[in-house]
Design a protein. Structure first.
Length: 134
């Protein structure tokens, strides 16, 4: 249980603010005049993201889970973040390079309980941005 709480804390304190609120936000809700992805904010996030992907890769290496040896709330919290990171070009490349994290992501995305939560469709803004960066 303490490992699970620590892993959940890592997601809340580090992964979500960096990966979702800095990086993904710069694509989906940019502070640019024309609404295009905020390349300055994206580029500024990349060094910290490389570190974060390395930390997460190491965290899942031993057991294939973020905390302990079974699927926990920590994994449930990380999978949606990785789902969206797998959609954007820089983070998709980082995930592909993190071999343990990539295997973790692929394996857990096949879980029936996870598959049932896939979005039926993506929000229009997300589809628009994906079309620009794909």
């Amino acid at each position: 249980m303490p490992g699970t709480l620590f892993a959940a804390l890592v997601i809340v304190v580090y992964a979500d603010p960096l990966l979702m609120r800095r990086y993904l936000r710069a694509y989906l809700f940019p502070d640019t005049a024309d609404g295009s992805p905020d390349r300055k904010a994206i580029e500024a996030a990349l060094p910290d993201m490389r570190t974060q992907f390395g930390v997460l890769d190491e965290a899942v290496r031993a057991t294939g889970y973020l905390a302990g040896s079974s699927f926990t709330l920590a994994d449930i919290g990380l999978l949606p973040i990785l789902f969206y990171m797998n959609k954007m070009p820089e983070s998709r490349a980082m995930l592909a390079q993190a071999k343990h994290l990539q295997a973790y992501f692929a394996r857990h995305m096949e879980r029936p309980s996870v598959k049932r939560t896939y979005p039926e469709s993506m929000p229009e803004r997300f589809v628009h941005v994906l079309a620009q960066v794909a």
